[in-house]
Design a protein around this ligand. Sequence first.
Ligand code: HEC
Length: 271
Amino acid sequence: MQKVLWGTAACAAFLFCHCGTALAQNKSDDGLAVGRQMLAEDNPGELWIDRGNRLFREKRGPKKASLEQCDFGLGPGKLDGASAQLPRYFSDTDKVQDLESRLLTCMVELQGFKREDMVKTAISPAFSDGSDMESLAIYITSRSNGMKMNVRLSHPKEREMYKAGEYLFYRRSGQTDFGCVTCHGEGGKRIRLQNLVHMIDKKQLQEVVGSWPAYRGAHGVVRTMQWRLYDCFWQMRLPELEYASDVSIALTTYLHRQGNEAVIRVPGFKR
Ligand code: HEC
């Protein structure tokens, strides 16, 4: 019951903010935009990239191995442009994987880490030094900087994932009866102070998919796409989104493919 009430209250608050405060928000948006620009020029996320670079080469885990033999789709250790083609199908796991689930595979197979331990620590507490996963994900993505998103859907399992992602994007569910499309399906929507990205608009979606992982000012850490989706599930009051689950990979496959041709520029900066 408690939960239901909270859901209703949140829903009412959402509607209220959405309708009532648009004018006041234009002003603060300008301030935010200036701050964003300043931070984009001197983005703390660069520190995570440096750390990821170091972690990638370090011999770690029970097998005392580095990640240099990890194959992100272009061959072992080939990082330039690799993340621009993710998610994609990998024959060794017989799965479509995004960057983070692929990193998990390599941490387990090459380095001997336990999957559960890696999953447990993948999303770091706010204002911490961040997790290994966050540093590695942003370092590997940075090796596609300046390149264009190019998710191809050439394998049948990639096409299946895309279809599932499309379905999930539009499907309303849970106690709030929200789908992704409720908040991200038209222009000019807001929730509290935040502008909601219109993801059916290709240009806006491209800015999104080219900018993750991103430094999140409000948390003082780098966040990844897995976290972003987890957080939107929470906002929808859906059951917790399992890290690196097929549901998360389906949604990322859909978003990345729809945003194909986006120029990748990380670290992004988010409020
Ligand atoms: C209740 C409203 C709501 C719903 C429903 C929702 N989101 Fe979000 N979403 C947000 C908010 C709020 C933000 C963050 C805006 C900010 O921080 O400025 C966001 C941000 C995002 C971003 C990052 C945008 C950027 O600026 O880079 C992605 C990607 C995203 N959502 C995907 C999804 C997906 C996929 C779903 C469906 C599973 C979904 N969202 C459902 C509210 C929602």
